[in-house]
Design a protein around this ligand. Structure first.
Ligand SMILES: Cc1cc2nc3c(=O)[nH]c(=O)nc-3n(C[C@H](O)[C@H](O)[C@H](O)COP(=O)(O)OP(=O)(O)OC[C@H]3O[C@@H](n4cnc5c(N)ncnc54)[C@H](O)[C@@H]3O)c2cc1C
Length: 566
């Protein structure tokens, strides 16, 4: 289902050959396999549309079989743009088929080659932009990357890394407080918020410095300035014009601001909330999505009274229901108040506290308010470019090439409106560059999502409810960490692994984990799904003991022959 192209490896017939149903006519190679393709009808091979080595999109005719003297349709009658197909390197001899002949004619008609100062200009040095620049440099291209703030983008400076540093501190502090259950007495334990903040800044600095070093080592020119795309081959920054063969826009997003009528409340966004000089005594977090719950987990660890207000009927609405239920219960046990199905309609300051009025007429009081309701496209670099955009302002791209509606202008990362995750941005960056310089088309791969709460959450593929809504016939099974030896030794027995598999063929369609090290455990599920692994083949994979990964295997066994340890 995920294949997009195939390579015509070898023709086993020639034009004029008379063939019978079942005769092998050619070999095709895809990213999964190489196979022989047989004739579906008797007839005469009237036309081979592609030479050996051609990369052809799926569902494209490669040959025409019919009656002798029948009119042979042009390839363009089937395919809107036959020239978009790569003719490949293997030549097909003197009677070369149409696609190759066309390619030769095009060569002659080609206008004189225009030269550019750069092969690629990247705008934005987040995980999308800087990884794309590194890959292009690796391919020997002349690359300039233009960043208006710090290298590393949202991820390193205001997102993944500072949250995970604070998460690590929160986890450590909870461990210290829970040491008693391990027979360890800790006296005089305390945390120092200033030092925690300092540690986070140090981690960020080390990583952003690392990105700079990697780019320099790769020979990428770094420019710190605000950039604007003038046209497909011109980018302007700081009054300098960059003449470039390709432009890659990776400008990311900024925190969305939807709260209205908030009086004189100083509403925090995540950019500021990650680096507070002083912890508030209480905080109301508007938004129970990934960022909202991660921040709730962090603040609650340090004794802040947290209230999460979520518009939907549950926090983390994008996760499996059982996972969001488990986390809700855990956060409540940690003292977090969770209000769902309500929105904030207004707010004001009263006696030094923010008072938020909710849609049902109730109020929430807190010292600080954090708005964590999503992200807006940062479009300053391309606001005047006639790029095709979605209703929400995301830049529309072809998922296989990452090219926008303007040739030679590519877009990746958060601005494309796909999953707003750092690893998605990076993979898109590599795919864009490989299409730009090698003509490769990206294929679809399962993407994991990780949420850093206690316990951690990670998932890949479809959830049970989604499978059922789509009418898929699935089997599910769950294995609790309470029955896993390693989890017991760690004292982290909350949560489970849940597997969703196709009922008929046993293909693993989704894995959902809430529990210790879920963010690392999910990698195994991603590999299994990428390899289209079935429940049966997974059951034969040997797992070390005692490990948390055994819980993944047990959950998979649960949809097959049955879990053994429960
Ligand atoms: C609090 C928080 C926690 C997160 N945690 C995770 C996590 O744990 N895991 C995960 O996978 N994802 C996480 N994310 C999401 C992740 O940060 C983003 O998906 C990722 O950073 C997107 O990468 P990007 O390259 O598209 O854009 P960005 O990282 O946003 O980078 C864009 C860059 O472009 C620059 N720029 C913008 N306009 C211009 C211009 N005109 N000229 C020059 N430069 C410009 C910006 O300054 C910025 O540096 C988190 C996000 C937040 C906010």
């Amino acid at each position: 289902m995920t294949m997009e192209t195939g390579v015509v490896v070898r023709w086993l017939v020639s034009e004029g050959d008379v063939i019978k149903t079942g005769d092998i006519i050619f070999e095709v190679e895809t990213d999964k396999t190489t196979m022989e393709v047989d004739a579906l009808e008797d007839g005469t091979v009237l036309k081979l549309y592609y030479p050996e080595g051609a990369v052809v999109p799926v569902n494209t005719p490669v040959a025409y079989v019919g009656e002798k003297d029948e009119r042979i349709p042009e390839l363009s009658e089937f395919v809107p743009d036959p020239d978009a197909v790569s003719a490949g390197s293997a030549a097909a001899g003197s009677d070369a088929p149409a696609a190759e002949v066309k390619a030769e004619i095009k060569e002659e008609e080609k206008a004189p080659e225009i030269t550019y100062d750069y092969d690629l200009t990247v705008i934005g040095a987040g995980p999308g932009g800087y990884v794309a620049a590194l890959r292009a440099a690796q391919m020997g291209k002349r690359v300039v990357i233009i960043e208006k703030n710090e290298l590393g983008g949202t991820c390193l400076n205001r997102g993944c890394i500072p949250t995970k540093s604070l998460y690590a501190c929160a986890r450590e502090w909870r461990r210290v407080n829970g040491a008693k259950s391990f027979g360890i007495t800790v006296e005089g334990a305390a945390f120092d918020w200033e030092k925690i903040n300092g540690r986070t800044k140090k981690v960020v600095k080390k990583l952003t410095g690392g990105v700079g070093a990697l780019l320099k080592r790769g020979g990428v020119e770094i420019v710190i300035a605000e950039a604007k795309v003038a046209d497909a081959h011109t980018v302007i920054a700081d009054g300098v014009s960059y003449n470039t063969a390709n432009v890659l826009i990776a400008t990311g997003t900024t925190p969305a601001k939807v709260l209205r009528d908030m009086g004189d409340i100083d509403v925090l966004d995540t950019d500021r909330a990650l680096f507070l000089d002083k912890l508030p005594e209480s905080i109301a977090i508007v938004g129970g999505g990934v960022i909202g719950v991660e921040m709730a987990n962090i603040f609650s660890a340090f004794g802040v009274k947290v209230t999460v207000i979520e518009l939907m009927d549950r926090i983390l609405p994008m996760t499996d229901e059982e996972i969001s239920d488990t986390l809700t219960k855990k956060l409540k046990r940690l003292g977090v108040e969770i209000i769902t199905g309500k929105s904030v309609v207004s707010g004001k300051m009263a006696e030094g506290k923010a008072v938020l009025a909710l849609s049902d007429g109730s109020t929430v009081e807190a010292e600080s308010v954090l708005e964590a309701v999503g992200r807006c496209v940062a479009d300053g670099a391309f606001s005047e470019l006639p790029l095709k955009r979605s209703a929400k302002g995301f830049v529309e791209v072809d998922d296989a090439t990452l090219e926008t509606s303007i040739k030679n202008v590519y877009a990746i990362g958060d601005i494309t409106g796909r999953l707003q995750l750092a690893h998605v941005a990076s993979e898109q960056g590599v795919a864009a560059v490989e299409h730009m310089f090698e003509g490769k088309r990206a294929t679809v791969h399962p993407v994991p999502s990780c949420i850093f709460t206690e316990p951690e959450i990670a998932f890949v593929g479809i959830a049970e409810a989604q499978a059922k809504a789509e009418g898929k016939d699935v089997k599910t099974a769950k294995f609790p960490f309470a029955a896993n030896g390693k989890a017991l030794t760690l004292g982290e027995t909350e949560g489970f692994v849940k597997v969703v598999a196709d009922a008929r063929y046993g293909e693993i369609l989704g894995v959902h984990i809430i529990g210790p090290e879920a963010s690392s455990l999910i990698a195994e599920a991603v590999v299994a799904m990428d390899c289209e692994c079935t429940v049966e083949s997974f059951a034969g994979i040997v797992h070390g003991h005692p490990t948390l990964a055994e819980a993944v295997k047990e959950a998979v066994l649960g949809v097959g022959t049955g879990s053994l340890h429960i």
